[in-house]
Design a protein around this ligand. Structure first.
Ligand SMILES: Cc1cc2nc3c(=O)[nH]c(=O)nc-3n(C[C@H](O)[C@H](O)[C@H](O)COP(=O)(O)OP(=O)(O)OC[C@H]3O[C@@H](n4cnc5c(N)ncnc54)[C@H](O)[C@@H]3O)c2cc1C
Length: 399
């Protein structure tokens, strides 16, 4: 087991929105020489870069280059005085204050305080539930980002994003070789809607015959008000996107099955919500719902007080807080204060989400729809507002 010094060890697992905020804060404090953290800090991340999901549809539609939507975690760690460990977290053993990681080799890392911000996996149970015979009861095959029995007919999961970006580039190559490429996107949330419009713009640039279909079940954008939903549906129609309000059940041999239909489809992307990361199957931390770390209002594990979790990896036990980047950022700022307070044995805060959140949904071309409580907005200027906010997030530490 690796133990680095006599100082306390704060281990940050995952380079999600919250830990990016924490690294930026440490980096700024270091620059101003106001850093009072008396701990060795290590960050474990699978990749040296993190892809920013908010700009991913813009990249797919051709508005951004890959480097525009990537955050260089390794450099950020250097500036923050944090040791970067390029490994994957595979196990948390909270009883003995250690985690197991894999990469070039399997490693045990000890911690005094642990913060988890590893995000979540795409919820593929809609496919597994129908295909128990194909999966032999194992419903957590997330490692490659694809599932299914036939390598040519796999469903592409939107997460992990690092795998998705490679798969999307392959889709574009395949579409260039085709006269009539058919892509289906499965999902009914804001991410699925943004993806479907971005994909339609990208594929139609290649060939006007190419077509994207949204398979969304009956509850399209169920968390949004009806005015917002109507605006989104108009934009889907403007792009000529086929909408199938049925549940997808299977994808095999180039045929996508829905409740009543069977469609010839070249590739299927699933943006079907989130489920706890595979590693949460092997932890003694208390879990809530579908594999999420149960935390209180301080983002602190309800079973182990020296473990904190924030963003999509966690679920609050005291109230419903949606899994979203916004809450990872804002919850993460409170969690960062709490980590430092916990190390100094001082008072911690609670995260109180705002009652209204600004949602900006990009519509493929440079057009977007916004929602702020019951107020809905749309236009090219909304897309530019989204671009401004996204760039401000991604460029916060660029010179
Ligand atoms: C296309 C799309 C658009 C979206 N747009 C928005 C939006 O506009 N606004 C919004 O609020 N939400 C949006 N979301 C939702 C948002 O992406 C998530 O809620 C958010 O990313 C969760 O952030 P996080 O900090 O929990 O983790 P993530 O951003 O998922 O980051 C997790 C990090 O941990 C790393 N990691 C994962 N597993 C391990 C492991 N085992 N070991 C080590 N490292 C690991 C990953 O590589 C990644 O860097 C969108 C989602 C998608 C798919």
């Amino acid at each position: 087991m690796t133990k680095f010094s006599s100082k306390k060890i704060l281990l940050l697992a995952g380079a999600g929105h919250a830990h990016i905020g924490m690294l930026r804060r440490l980096s700024a404090e270091r620059l101003k020489q106001t850093d009072t953290t008396d701990a060795d800090i290590h960050l474990i991340s699978e990749q040296p870069q993190t892809i920013y999901s908010g700009m991913l549809p813009g990249w797919m539609a051709g508005h951004y280059q890959l480097h525009d939507i990537s955050i260089d975690i390794k450099s950020l760690c250097v500036r923050a005085g944090v040791r970067f460990v390029q490994q994957s977290l595979v196990q948390v053993n909270a009883a003995s204050n250690k985690v197991v990681t894999t990469g070039d080799e399997q490693t045990d890392l000890a911690y005094d305080v642990l913060s988890l911000n590893t995000g979540a996996d795409t919820d593929m149970r809609w496919l597994y539930d129908q295909n128990d015979h194909r999966n032999n009861g194992n419903n957590r095959e997330f490692d490659t980002g694809t599932v299914g029995s036939d390598a040519n007919t796999d469903v592409i999961a939107i997460r992990p994003l690092s795998t998705f970006i490679i798969q999307w580039q392959q889709i574009l190559k395949d579409a260039q070789q085709s006269e009539n490429y058919q892509l289906a996107i499965i999902g009914a949330g804001a991410a699925a809607i943004e993806l479907v419009m971005a994909a339609q713009v990208a594929l139609q640039k290649i060939n006007r015959n190419h077509q994207v279909t949204l398979v969304c079940g009956e509850n399209l954008l169920s968390g949004f008000n009806s005015g917002f939903r109507q605006r989104v549906i108009k934009q889907l129609h403007r792009h000529g996107i086929t909408i199938i309000r049925e549940r997808a059940t299977d994808y095999c041999d180039g045929k996508l099955s829905t409740t009543h239909k069977s469609l010839p489809i070249n590739a299927v992307i699933a943006a079907t919500g989130v489920i706890g990361s595979a590693w949460t199957d092997s932890t003694d931390l208390e879990i809530k719902g579908n594999g999420f770390i149960a935390v209180n209002h301080k983002q602190q594990s309800v079973s182990h007080s020296n473990v904190f979790a924030v963003g999509d990896v966690a679920t609050r036990v005291d109230k419903y807080v949606a899994h979203s980047g916004v809450h990872s950022v804002h919850g993460g700022a409170v969690e960062a204060d709490n980590l430092l307070a916990y190390l100094k044995d001082s008072v911690m805060k609670g995260y109180q989400p705002k009652t209204r959140t600004l949602y900006l949904l990009s519509c493929g071309d440079k057009y977007a729809i916004g929602s702020w409580g019951n107020v809905n907005l749309q236009g090219r200027w909304v897309w530019h507002l989204k671009k401004y906010i996204d760039k401000r997030f991604i460029e916060a530490d660029k010179d």
